[in-house]
Design a protein around this ligand. Structure first.
Ligand code: ZN
Length: 740
């Protein structure tokens, strides 16, 4: 309390430093970009949409008001009060609050003020991290024959029970001073204190209740950490969600592809939450979840729920659950590995790697690292090469691109007309260029993605044309190549001796992603180090030589000469990339990990499918698991019948195996199998003759068999497309009237 009295709350002196800088337009737009649409207005009656769609003048006005609020340390009362009816707070208040909290967050992170173990309310931290930390410690203990007693304390109404004055003193001690401190003071002082909320925490006098199954951050723990209880709970929860799926399907005529998407998102979110932790559970427990997967996919596909789960998964293109967990676990461990060693979970990983004893119990990190090792063996992609995560950068609105980025199509579908418009647009831009401007065109090329890639550029200045090219990597992405091409130009400009002649550098790239990252604050998901290198290179050239660096998008393959030359150079460089003997250490991106993890699990899935005992009838028509079937062709109903015929779990002979009361015979007296229906039943001979005639017309052969009619994979011996065959089969099904 004494310290509190020593700071005169009202006479705080002005402080310098970025915390007290004026709010920038970028910050404001960044904060607005994070607002949620479609919410009811707060007490000031201002709708969120108004702010989201604010034009230039409104943004400027808001900026003025916000800066005034900081300057004077005053906050309009409506910004703090919630609309009682809708429990909504003011959108302006929220926008401003986010700007201030982001500044405080950046400061707190850069000054290492928070305890390193704290996982809540922080960037690069998550509930998974906290759960992993705890479960890993418990299992490490098991391996040393120790046990862990955890005390879980839940602070209710943590916000409302904070001692405000104490908080202000703390902030001040940590260096959050000046105008921003005054603003926070005003914010806290007048915020309605409706819930005084007290914390009753008695540790000494009263024994804490023992709970063998505490729920922590959505995961139910148990004494042996088998997760059997947790798996039971999610099994029930997912079971209930199947009801939602049935209801959606009941609306009628819902596309199969859409139903599978719904299944993946509602069930997937239950089945995958923190799954890297509980995937260490016992096989017999985990297997229970398969029953839900079988029911769910059977609903989506309209195929009998008695069908083999393996068939349903291959047919729907949905990974088996254990492989899906494995895929996610690899992505999780790669993400954790990209963190700085300041973050505790990262240290736990290093600890585990350096440990010399052998584990008796499998721990979450142990299993994840094993899975990652497995991926390295299969794909040569290692999580140890992942590029490090950059520090949280604060608020920056990603800006929308200019209109013409959208109207000129993409290089895949550009029309002749768009090509001409694009070309003229670039030529006009080139015509207005002054002699003191360096013009450059850049391009990247990849033989496959990821694959051998190269960068090319042409620099035009002083009536001279300089061609630049560089092989980038044997295993790079198109974006990396595009970025390196831009870097080639900037490096070249840095080397020009007499820079005083240059006023501006204008770089034309055909990569919207690259320009977006470099100039529009688009989120940098991949190739962070290269992107950040270029951004600092741009800043450095601008600062030291006063040269403006501008970027412009040029449509690729639109007959723009500079772009064509850059394209040619990049292709040459990509070819040369094949010859790279020893690759300089290249980091892998999150995208690379995602691709590699998918390759690994698909390989395993394929191996299982090739060697399985079940679903062999369907296997004849669908061998490659990664091959997707066409779900709703030629129409929803016919596609479903074809799907069922392929599965083999169909028609009376099969139904009789499930239910003895059903007669296995066709009307003609023979057993009704798929083969009988399609190839032999005399009742459908007329329809069949039409089918044979049509197939003869398309292929020149009179022969039909099940493989020809039902396979979803391209049959090399037949010149006709699968779609045509499905359409013809659909006609047969319709004419046969078997399913009317
Ligand atoms: Zn028959």
């Amino acid at each position: 309390m004494e310290k509190y009295i020593n700071i005169t709350l009202s006479e705080e002196v002005e402080e310098e430093g970025y915390m007290n800088e004026e709010i920038s337009r970028d910050e404001l737009e960044g904060s607005i970009a994070k607002l949620k649409k479609n919410s009811a207005p707060g007490p000031d009656n201002i709708f969120t949409e108004l702010i989201i769609n604010a034009g230039d003048s409104l943004i400027s006005t808001l900026l003025h008001i916000f800066n005034k609020s900081i300057e004077e340390g005053r906050i309009p009362i409506q910004w703090k009060r919630a609309n009682v009816k809708f429990k909504k707070s003011s959108v302006l208040g929220k926008t401003m609050e986010r700007i201030i909290t982001t500044r405080v967050e950046c400061y707190v992170e850069s000054e290492n003020i928070l305890d390193i173990e704290q996982e809540g309310f922080r960037h690069f931290r998550s509930t998974t991290n906290a759960l992993l930390n705890l479960t890993q410690s418990i299992l490490d203990g098991f391996n040393l024959d120790n046990f862990t007693l955890a005390v879980l304390i839940d602070f209710e109404k943590a916000y409302d029970s904070v001692w405000r004055e104490g908080l202000l003193v703390k902030l001040h001690q940590y260096g959050i001073k000046g105008k921003i401190w005054k603003w926070i003071q005003a914010f806290l002082n007048e915020r309605n204190k409706k819930h005084p909320g007290t914390v009753h925490l008695v540790l000494g006098n009263q024994p804490i209740k023992y709970n063998p199954n505490p729920k922590l951050l959505g995961v139910t723990l148990d004494e042996k950490l088998t997760f059997s209880e947790h798996i039971n709970i999610i099994e029930k929860k997912a079971g209930k969600s199947l009801g939602i799926l049935r209801e959606i399907k009941g609306i009628g005529n819902i596309k199969t592809k859409f139903l599978i998407q719904v299944y993946n998102s509602i069930i997937g979110s239950i089945f995958l939450y923190a799954s890297c932790i509980w995937q260490t559970g016992k096989e017999e427990h985990l297997k229970k979840l398969n029953a839900i997967q079988r029911k769910g996919l059977s609903i989506c596909l309209g195929v009998s729920a008695t069908a083999s789960l393996e068939v349903l998964q291959v047919m729907a293109g949905v990974l088996p659950l254990d492989l899906r967990r494995e895929e996610m676990a690899i992505r999780d461990i790669a993400r954790l590995n990209s963190y700085s060693t300041k973050i505790p979970i990262r240290n736990k990983i290093d600890e585990w790697k350096n440990k010399e004893t052998v584990d008796k119990f499998i721990s979450p990190l142990g299993l994840m690292l094993q899975q990652a090792k497995n991926m390295k063996e299969e794909t040569d992609i290692s999580i140890d090469d992942i590029e490090p995560e950059y520090q949280f950068q604060g608020l920056q609105a990603s800006k929308s691109p200019p209109e013409y980025w959208r109207t000129l199509g993409s290089s895949k579908n550009r029309t002749k007309e768009q090509e001409i418009t694009g070309k003229n647009l670039i030529l006009n831009k080139l015509n207005t260029v002054s002699p003191s401007t360096v013009v450059a065109f850049t391009d990247g090329s990849c033989q496959s993605n990821p694959g051998p890639c190269g960068a090319g550029a042409i620099v035009i200045f002083n009536n001279k044309e300089i061609e630049l090219k560089q092989p980038v990597s044997k295993r790079g992405s198109i974006l990396l190549a595009e970025l390196v091409a831009i870097k080639l130009v900037l490096d070249y400009v840095s080397r020009i001796e007499n820079k005083t002649l240059i006023e501006e550098v204008k770089i034309f790239s055909d990569s919207q992603s690259a320009i977006g990252i470099l100039t529009l604050n688009w989120k940098i998901e991949n190739h962070r180090s290269t992107s950040h290198e270029i951004i600092s290179l741009i800043k450095s050239i601008q600062k030291h030589h006063g040269i403006k660096i501008n970027f412009d998008w040029t449509p690729g393959h639109a007959d723009v000469r500079g772009n064509e030359i850059a394209d040619k150079l990049a292709k040459e460089a990509a070819k040369e990339a094949n010859q790279i003997q020893k690759e300089a250490h290249i980091t892998v991106t999150k995208q690379d990990i995602k691709t590699a993890a998918r390759i690994l699990v698909n390989k395993k899935w394929q191996h299982r499918w090739d060697n399985s005992d079940t679903g062999r009838f369907y296997y004849n028509f669908h061998q490659t698991v990664s091959k997707k079937s066409t779900f709703d062709y030629p129409d929803h109903k016919t596609a479903k019948i074809i799907r069922n015929l392929r599965s083999g779990y169909y028609l009376k002979n099969y139904q009789n195996k499930i239910n003895q009361n059903i007669d296995p015979k066709c009307e003609c007296g023979q057993l009704e199998t798929v083969e009988h229906y399609l190839l032999f039943c005399e009742n459908y001979e007329e329809a069949r003759q039409k089918l044979i005639h049509e197939i003869y017309f398309n292929t020149g052969s009179l022969h039909i068999d099940l493989e020809l009619l039902l396979s979803i994979e391209k049959n090399d011996n037949v010149s006709v497309s699968n779609e045509t065959l499905m359409r013809l089969l659909g006609d047969f099904i319709c004419e046969s009237r078997r399913f009317d």
